[in-house]
Design a binder for this molecule. Sequence first.
Ligand code: PLZ
Length: 454
Amino acid sequence: MSTPIGVRAGGPGLAQVRNLVTELPGPKSRALASRMGAAVAPGLTHPTVPVFAARGGGGVIVDVDGNSLIDLASGIAVTTVGISHPDVVAAVQAQVAALTHTCFMVTPYESYVALAERLAAKHPAAASGEAVRAAFFNSGAEAVENAVKIARAATGRDAVVAFDHAFHGRTNLTMAMTAKAKPYKSGFGPFASEVYRLPGSYPYRDHLTGPEAAERWIKLVESQIGGANLAAAVLEPIQGEGGFIVPAPGFVPAVAAWCRANGVVFVADEIQSGIARTGDFFAIEHEGVVPDLITVAKGLAGGMPLSGVVGRAEVIDRVGAGGIGGTFGGNPAACAAALAVLDAVERDDLTGRARQLGEILHARLGAAAAGDPRLGEIRGRGAMVAVELVDAQTGQPDPALAKAVAGHAIGHGVITLTCGTYGNVLRFLPPLSISDELLTEGLDVIAAGLAATR
Ligand code: PLZ
């Protein structure tokens, strides 16, 4: 089993192979699942086959029974550099030994500042010499909340527009911005006001070109919200939970241009798509668009909780001292981890690696789709790829098939995720440290699962 050139697999001592020594879940996982059932809130999403993790690294998770599973989920795009990447582990260990916490707003420390500098340099606005600044928080939802606060303060306007199929989090404001009622919103209202939702671009289902979808969106904004009332448009450049929807070419640039012309803050929510995942550092780079604000989280700190807003100083500087922040935001250990992640991304060319993995994903899934009309569309960029599963006759979404294939996969030691408004999308977010062989083996299991359900 080879490790990709230049990529450190992480998880020292873990063989990068799938190796099943018990049925899945094994006896220890079953015992833990029963304790989980008694002690943990059932309102959390829980896997249909709960396999409890003990160790991990590279593309492998070793469970409590000693099974080695192939990781095609990265804990929802978090362990992009691999679980327990050695540089992340070393950086965190050194940082917690020196400083666990001071609160950046009480006694600042260098790692926070260094991370802000590094991320600012990666914001597309920095390329034209514009000043860019950053602020750090703990979760993705918190980053989105703060982006909206910044946009409202900067514009003096209230309205926020989000898109069909969007996911922005589970806090009150971000629930309002999230599209899907069940399980995310039903029973949890009332929601934050002045949040509007409009259709974006979903070429597989709306059959519109990018400019057509943008024209529809602009007309709706102008007639239903009013450009002068709109503080921010918040868009995932590739929608995550919503189904890995890649907008039609031209849609995002047209929306961004309209925002710029109308004084609306354009926010790219890169919480799932950012940090080298799509073959660029930010997915928005592919669109050639300079967003005002970018939200980051997930892959940023290699598994440590950290999120942030990175954006044009002209916008961010409009919030007065004390207006944003939080006790734990930008914790020293999380910032140290993120600096190690950025080093690994640059040193190991992880954007290039994401593109290589994307080629394997598209090739293997494309082969599975040949002669199988249930694979309606394979889409995504870099190592953020999904297949939308549909009924072969009607073309209607087939969530049962997605569930069956994901169930087959976990039963055979491959961890995947489903997503999509209709629950019919199988998504792949492998760690960028996975070997070609391990990814291919995982995708062979998916192909076998598809064949078994035919
Ligand atoms: N914005 C684009 O993808 C998190 C969580 C799924 P938090 N999505 C995965 C789930 O069931 O909770 C996400 C995202 C985008 C915001 C968020 C929210 O990030 O760190 O979960 O708050």
